[in-house]
Design a protein around this ligand. Sequence first.
Ligand code: HEM
Length: 428
Amino acid sequence: MTNNPNSIEAQKANKISRRDVLKTAGVGGVGILLGASGFGGLMSITESKATSKTEKEIVPFYGKHQSGITTKAQNHIYFVSLDVTTSKKEDLIKLFKDWTKASGLMTEGKTVGELSSNEFLPPKDTGEAAGLSPSNLTITFGVGPSLFVKNNQDRFGLKQKQPKELVDLPKFPLDALEEVWTGGDLCIQACADDLQVAFHAIRNLIRIARGKAILRWAQTGFQRSKQADSKNETPRNLFGFKDGTINPDVNSEKEMNEIVWVQPGDGPNWLVNGSYLVVRRIQMFIEVWDRTLLKEQENTFGRQRESGAPLGQKNEFDKPDFNHKDENGQDHIPADSHFRLSRGDGTQKILRRGFSYSDGMDVKTGALDAGLLFVGFQRTPSKQFIPIQTRLANMDKLNEYISHRGSAIFACLPGTKQGGFIGETLFN
Ligand code: HEM
């Protein structure tokens, strides 16, 4: 799904895969695992079958753009925001070089180092993804406004390079943002079809950052798995509605260049082929929703719950008729319904790539803390997310049932080729 030109074969050369390690390991826990299962003799047969399946589960890390943006959404997301603790630019550069190398390996299902080479040192790779498939892992890096200037300080001599678009989002009406889910100098978005694979990636990247950056906030998310939805229909959100019906076409280079990728002339050149990521942690009051009449629920989104069709139409992808009135002379699709309001005049578009989240109980209210980790990619936030969210915050019918509790904006760096590193255009 990405535009990445590099072949998987080329990237595979001279690297030890997690599977290879499993196959050859004679020491440590992995060896014991194999021994205990007693499948040694079957290994060569299962290996050859597994290899082709594994190849299909690799999303190339290197390329013109970072992966994880136009990549078809995987089953899980592990999103983290970090604060940089070092004051040295060289440390930052080293961090991005190390992150790039580790990410290139992990997205191919490899370990970041040999599983256990020296018993007197902690293993380089933490090990929990050993033997697991790459699971379409993508790792996407971004830089926040505070990396450039924090407390009026030009921290790394990057002030001149800060894009005009990379500034804190304005405060929207009804925002209930909490510090614990807001802002950050850097972000990493790891998405995979297996949560343990995504966790392993984030954990190892944080480990590599030791002494240079620390976690600020983290959020996992999910959507119905591909296994559970063999028909590959539009996923449903936690309010039971199809969510993701209308989205730009990630297979159209033209649309992606218009809507998602920063173009030459847009702003600083270092961000060309990158994108702006807006993340919002939006709690959904599902207990309230569950007591709401179906008609009211459908009026809230402007779509039918079962089919996902615009009100007044039959099928999910039917064109809405905004002029249609009901028997009382009211707009069939209410003007303050979520999808009608989000669309506006149709000129502001954004690539939505959100996931549901569920974080146990909200201790303040005793309700479930569940909702949407909204992730939206775009070329120009001031012309895309900001005007859309301004409209929604002012009059979206959905506001009765949701609360924006976290928020951040990041510039997702352009991609890099093998041998280069993510961030090279910014730091060089
Ligand atoms: C918990 C919060 C939200 C929920 C549950 C939600 C749910 C939905 C649903 C069910 C649809 C209709 C189906 C579809 O086309 O996907 C939709 C459409 C849309 N939403 Fe949201 N949404 C939320 C927040 C947001 C936010 C914060 C934004 C951006 C600022 C946004 C932007 C859009 C856009 C652009 C569309 C497509 C409009 C069109 O038809 O052209 N949504 N959303």
